[in-house]
Design a protein around this ligand. Structure first.
Ligand code: NAD
Ligand code: ZN
Ligand code: ZN
Length: 379
C-alpha cells in the first residue's frame, strides 16, 4: 500500500510499504477514507520528538472496516468508523477508570503509558496516513458511525482527536453553561475548544492568537477574537470580564519550537492563563509541552520544563488539569451532535488533498502558512 513515511526531521515521503495484516484475533483492518494532519504530527516532523525512521504517521483516522479477527464481535466488516487516536486495551485498570489516554497495555508501562497510532513514545502502532490501518482491540477502539458516515466524513474524522481534545480542555477547565472562557491558540485544537464552548452554551468565548484567518474562524462561530500582536491578551480578557478574569481557561498551544507568527515567548501561554483566569477558576491544558532539547528520549522529567507563576496560581486557588485526551469518553456524544446537525467541526478544514500530496501539505502546514488551518488526506 501507499503510506506517508517518516525519514527524519522535515523529511517525509509517500512510499510503497507492506499492507498491515491481522496480527491478533482482536484486530481489525480499516481502509482509510480520510485522515488528518495534526499539530501533534509536527512534534515529530520538526524533530522535537525522536521517531524511528520508517514509521508511518497519522493518528486522526476514519474509514471502513474491511477485515476483522476471529475474536472481534461488535465491529463488523462494512462498518464506517472513526478511530480514537488513543490505542487502548479497554480492560486494564486505567481503561476501566475511563483513562484510555493512560492505557498501561498499549505502551511500555511503567516507563510510558498510553498508546497512539503513528507517534513517538506512544507504542509500536503504525499510523493511518496510508491506505490501510491495523486497529488493535478493535471492538474497543472503533467508534461506529451512523448512516451519514461517508457524507459527513470531514466532520466525523474530527472525532478521532481534535474535537474531543478541544472538548476535554473545556472539561478539565470545568466550563459550565453561562460561564466565560479564554482559549489560548486558534489552531485546530483551540478552534475545537471554542466550538465545544459554543456547544456548552458558554456566555463569552475569547480566543487568543495572531493569525488573522484563524481568528476569523473563531469569530465565525461567535467567539471574541483577541489578536495578541496588537493588544495584551491578559489586559483584554480582564477588560472583557469587568476586571474579574475569565471563569475558565484552555491552553491549546503547547511548546512551539519556532513560531512563524513571531511570538517571542511561545511558552508563556500558561502564565497568561494564570493571570487572566479569575480566583478559583479552572485551567485545562491540552497543548503538548515538549521542548527542542528534552535531555534525551529517556529523560521525561526534563521534558517541557517551563516557568510557571506558581505563587500567583496558588494564591488565586485555581485548578489545572492536563494531559492527553481520553477520546473514548467523548467521541460518541460529539458524533451524535454532528449527526443531528448541532456541531459542524469541519468548519476549520482548509484543504482536502490526495495522500500523494501529503509531503507538500506538511511543509505548508508546518509553516502555519495563511489559509493552511487543517488538512485532511484522501488515500
Ligand atoms: P497549531 O500549532 O496548528 O496551533 C497552535 C496555534 O497557537 C497557532 O495558531 C499559533 O499561532 C498559536 N500560538 C502560538 N503561540 C501563541 C501564544 N503565545 N499565544 C497565543 N497563541 C499562540 O496546533 P494544533 O493542531 O491546534 O494543536 C495545538 C496543541 O495541542 C499542540 O501542542 C498539539 O500537540 C496539542 N494536542 C494535544 C492533544 C491532547 O490529547 N492533549 C491532542 C491533539 C493536539
Ligand atoms: Zn491529532
Ligand atoms: Zn488499557
Amino acid at each position: 500500500m501507499k503510506a506517508l513515511v517518516y525519514h527524519g526531521p522535515r523529511d517525509v515521503s509517500v512510499d510503497e510499504v507492506p499492507d498491515p495484516r491481522i496480527e491478533t484475533p482482536r484486530d481489525a483492518i480499516v481502509k482509510i477514507i480520510t485522515t488528518n494532519i495534526c499539530g501533534s504530527d509536527l512534534h515529530m516532523y520538526e524533530g522535537r520528538t525522536d521517531m524511528e525512521p520508517g514509521r508511518i504517521l497519522g493518528h486522526e483516522n476514519f474509514g471502513e472496516v474491511i477485515e476483522t479477527g476471529d475474536a472481534v464481535e461488535r465491529i463488523q466488516v462494512g462498518d464506517i468508523v472513526s478511530v480514537p487516536f488513543n490505542v487502548a486495551c479497554g480492560t486494564c485498570k486505567n481503561c476501566n477508570a475511563g483513562l484510555t489516554n493512560y492505557c498501561i497495555r498499549a505502551n511500555d508501562y511503567p516507563r510510558l503509558a498510553g498508546g497512539a497510532y503513528g507517534f513517538a513514545d506512544m507504542g509500536p502502532w503504525e499510523g493511518g496516513q496510508a491506505e490501510f490501518l491495523r486497529v488493535p482491540w478493535a471492538d474497543f477502539n472503533c467508534c461506529k458511525m451512523p448512516e451519514d458516515g461517508r457524507e459527513k466524513q470531514n466532520d466525523y474524522v474530527m472525532c478521532a482527536d481534535i474535537f474531543p481534545t478541544g472538548y476535554h480542555a473545556t472539561e478539565m477547565a470545568g466550563l459550565r453553561p453561562g460561564e466565560s472562557v479564554v482559549i489560548m491558540g486558534a489552531g485546530p485544537v483551540g478552534l475545537m475548544a471554542a466550538l465545544s464552548a459554543v456547544v456548552k452554551n458558554a456566555s463569552k468565548i475569547m480566543v487568543v492568537d495572531r493569525h488573522p484567518d484563524r481568528l476569523a474562524l473563531a469569530e465565525q462561530i461567535g467567539a471574541i477574537p483577541i489578536d495578541d500582536s496588537k493588544v495584551s491578551p491578559v489586559e483584554r480578557v480582564l477588560e472583557l470580564t469587568g476586571g474579574e478574569g475569565a471563569d475558565r481557561g484552555c491552553e491549546c498551544v503547547g511548546y512551539q519550537a519556532h513560531d512563524p507568527q513571531g511570538h517571542e515567548h511561545p511558552d508563556d501561554t500558561l502564565n497568561k492563563l494564570v493571570e487572566s483566569v479569575r480566583f478559583t477558576g479552572g485551567i485545562g491544558v491540552v497543548g503538548v509541552f515538549i521542548p527542542e532539547d528534552p535531555g534525551g528520549p529517556d529523560d521525561l522529567a526534563k521534558q517541557g520544563r517551563v516557568p510557571l507563576e506558581y505563587g500567583l496560581h496558588w494564591f488565586k486557588g485555581q485548578t489545572i488539569g492536563s494531559g492527553q485526551c481520553p477520546v473514548k469518553r467523548y467521541d460518541r456524544y460529539l458524533r451524535n451532535l454532528i449527526h443531528t446537525g448541532k456541531a459542524e467541526p469541519s468548519y476549520i478544514l482548509s484543504h482536502e488533498l490526495p495522500l500523494r500530496e501529503a509531503p507538500d501539505a506538511y511543509a505548508h502546514f508546518d509553516k502555519r502558512e495563511p489559509g493552511w488551518t487543517k488538512v485532511t488526506l484522501k488515500p
